[in-house]
Design a protein around this ligand. Structure first.
Ligand code: C2E
Ligand code: MG
Ligand code: MG
Ligand code: MG
Length: 279
């Protein structure tokens, strides 16, 4: 034990470790500033139906760092979570998405599009999260029926009664809920059954090898069957080929998101890439 403690103590003075600690502190400071300096951007990725028609988008946060370029969410979202910056960041994401809904509401051909927003467990755990979301909707004038909140199974370690109560309040206001990365977390089916969800989202890790790995195919099939028996819709993420789309469709999944249909893009690029189809 003494040896382990000694090692741990020494580890702190390891220059490499020290560098990690320092860069984390710098990153935190820079992320805080990025919220003020408009270095955060929302990218939009298409969600399509079986006919390839655009039905909505997922909004994905991007951090355009002035020196280090684009920092992926896999790096800054965990940092934002651990520092609490996820709260102002999450507020900004929701506000930006709602403003986008308002802008699309004025364009007849895009007025029906939904926007899915990722809401982290820490954000949804806030006692005033319902009031915050409703305030943003009220202030922006967005149609709540077009706003979808993506939650993850990590939320289910919390007080599930409280989660359900918040979800019910937001659903009463018109919002809907999707369970993101489904199948990768620890959620028990008992909890799943009780959550007032609208949609399950098949994680991309099962979609990737769905054509070559029988286990992934079985999981994807099972999620589709589960969604059907629970009366939920289902969408697959990470669809990169027509063959994956066709397999998923053969199993009853008719909504898709992935590079095959379009990468996440800044709003101007998104609108140019997904022009409304004129009948
Ligand atoms: P997610 O919500 O599961 O988002 C899907 C991720 O898959 C996105 O990564 C997207 O760019 C990527 N993706 C989409 N289609 C494909 C595909 O065909 N192939 C592959 N290989 N990947 C694809 P991204 O944008 O890097 O985001 C990573 C994660 O960061 C998100 O996973 C989400 O958990 C989190 N995140 C992003 N934006 C936000 C946000 O505003 N708030 C919160 N709380 N989390 C966010
Ligand atoms: Mg998501
Ligand atoms: Mg996902
Ligand atoms: Mg994912």
């Amino acid at each position: 034990a003494a040896k382990t403690a000694g090692r741990n103590t020494l580890r702190f003075f390891d220059p490499a470790m020290q560098a990690v600690v320092t860069s984390r502190a710098i990153m935190e400071k820079e992320l805080r500033e990025s919220l003020r300096n408009e270095q955060l951007q929302l990218y939009y990725q298409a969600q399509v139906n079986h006919d390839g028609e655009l039905i909505g988008v997922e909004a994905l946060a991007r951090w355009q760092h002035p020196q280090r370029g684009m920092i992926p969410p896999a790096e800054f979202i965990p940092l934002a979570e651990s520092t609490g910056l996820i709260l102002p960041l999450g507020y900004w994401v929701l506000q930006t998405a709602c403003k986008q809904l308002v802008s699309w509401a004025r364009q007849e051909q895009r007025a029906h599009l939904t926007i899915a927003v990722n809401v982290s467990a820490r954000q949804f755990r806030q006692t005033d999260v319902v009031e915050q979301v409703l305030a943003i909707i009220h202030q922006t004038g967005a149609n709540p029926h077009l706003l979808k909140l993506e939650l993850t199974e990590s939320l289910l370690v919390d007080d599930v009664e409280d989660i359900i109560r918040k979800m019910e309040l937001l659903k009463a206001a018109g919002l809907c809920f999707s369970l993101d990365d489904f199948g990768t977390g620890y959620s028990s089916l008992t909890y799943l059954k009780r959550l007032p969800l609208d949609q399950l989202k098949i994680d991309q890790s099962f979609v990737r090898d769905v054509l070559s790995d029988p286990n992934d195919a079985a999981i994807a099939r099972t999620i589709v069957a589960l969604s059907q028996s629970m009366g939920l819709s289902v969408i697959a993420e990470g669809v990169e080929s027509a063959e994956q789309r066709d397999y998923l469709a053969s199993q009853g999944c008719y909504a898709y998101q992935g590079y095959y249909f379009g990468r996440p893009m800044p709003i101007a690029d998104f609108e140019a890439a997904h022009l409304p189809q004129f009948a």
